[in-house]
Design a binder for this molecule. Sequence first.
Ligand SMILES: Nc1ncnc2c1ncn2[C@@H]1O[C@H](COP(=O)(O)OP(=O)(O)OP(=O)(O)O)[C@@H](O)[C@H]1O
Ligand SMILES: [Mg+2]
Length: 126
Amino acid sequence: MIMLPVAGVPIDQFAANPENHDQAQEAIAQAERTLARLQDCRLDWKTDCKPEHFFVRPDGSIALIDLERLRLRKKPLPKDYRNMQLRRFRSLLPKPFNHGLPRIVSRRRLRRAKMASNNQGALASN
Ligand SMILES: Nc1ncnc2c1ncn2[C@@H]1O[C@H](COP(=O)(O)OP(=O)(O)OP(=O)(O)O)[C@@H](O)[C@H]1O
Ligand SMILES: [Mg+2]
């Protein structure tokens, strides 16, 4: 899949910018509606449904990037699974938009961070 560059900023950055204080809540609500729409259409974005992949465009609309893990499921996504995706999305937003949730990061991301810190340790000890 080839994607054109999307103009705008990822919604976590957008919400963290005090200049966007007034628009942030609505932009987040719109991103959450977009996620719900994907889920309604049985489109499973797995753990990639995170704020850094939701761009707020200059006109205020939401664009999605990094869709390579998106899959069409045969059956509706279970309620628990939908909630997990929403909680993960919210947990990765800056305060006060994160509903007080601790950051839910994927195992893949944790593995990568661990490898990076091991590599740094190896470099530092060289
Ligand atoms: N179409 C696009 N328009 C604007 N910026 C983009 C676009 N695609 C990627 N980027 C920028 O590059 C960053 C990394 O891109 P992307 O999320 O596709 O790859 P990745 O996170 O490195 O890989 P993966 O999520 O598959 O592990 C994004 O967070 C975004 O800032
Ligand atoms: Mg990505």
